[in-house]
Design a protein around this ligand. Sequence first.
Ligand code: ADP
Ligand code: MG
Length: 298
Amino acid sequence: MSIKVSSITKTYKTQKALNKVSFSADKGQIIGFLGPNGAGKSTMMKILTGFIKPNSGEVFVNEIDVLQNPIQAQKTIGYLPEHNPLYKDMFVREYLQFQAAIFKIEKSQIEICIKKVGLTLEAHKKINQLSKGYQQRVGLAAAILHNPTVLILDEPTTGLDPNQLVEIRALIKELGKEKTVLFSTHIMQEVEAVCERVIIIKKGQVLVDKKLSELKQNNLQNIEVTFDYKLEEQFIQKLPNIVSYKNNYDNTWYITFESKEDMRPKIFDFAQENGLKILGLNAHNKNLETLFREVTSN
Ligand code: ADP
Ligand code: MG
């Protein structure tokens, strides 16, 4: 197992950023970490890379306990932080030499990484002369200098123009051939273009953790149900196979299920067991795109 996160909770003063987040990643997977702004993506990545500590929970990367041995874990992790902090007055090669020196990395790695991220023709330029897309490549080169097996990329494509987007996505896919990659984004098309698995996070909680192929099988059902009584959210959560839910108006809920079997009879059973009456029930099909839009909207 490349990544194993168990029940991570993180609170900044009074702001709960992560609430019992758990997931794991097998070796060699490319995973999209999808969620709206403020969902907790960057916080999770800072914890995974040992830069901040959670209030509770456990994190293992390559079987190393990140909270106990952050430095040992960091030796196996490549991290591209949000906003890609670079020394922009430096030349590309000079910057990578500087990074390699700090982390005592063999010099031979520098040219290997320059080539890997497609910077051969730009390596003699100043970083601030490069386009945003090429600056991202410099960040990626720096992240893989020590030949890590796990890559954590925090919104690597944000702010890129459409051509640069395509190029950086292709590069992430290429790197994913030999590494486990977890990258965050708030763009669902990106997940479809690059990933084999998606973890959707919202308000500090994991809502969906599935292979894309499973989600595409379209076992998603949307059911709008009206009860004769206004129910609490916790009550709705007791229904099986729930992916997301929304209280449309007073007694009406719009619920997405992921299940092969028709969930309507289950809702009838649920109502009966709990002494409720169903005043209305509508089923709709749903595709991946609408699911993503709904789940990730604020
Ligand atoms: P994302 O990367 O998904 O946009 P973040 O992990 O940056 O989300 O933030 C999650 C929540 O934690 C947000 O509500 C954000 O305002 C809050 N937060 C993040 N960093 C800090 C901090 N250093 N101090 C206080 N609150 C923070
Ligand atoms: Mg962020």
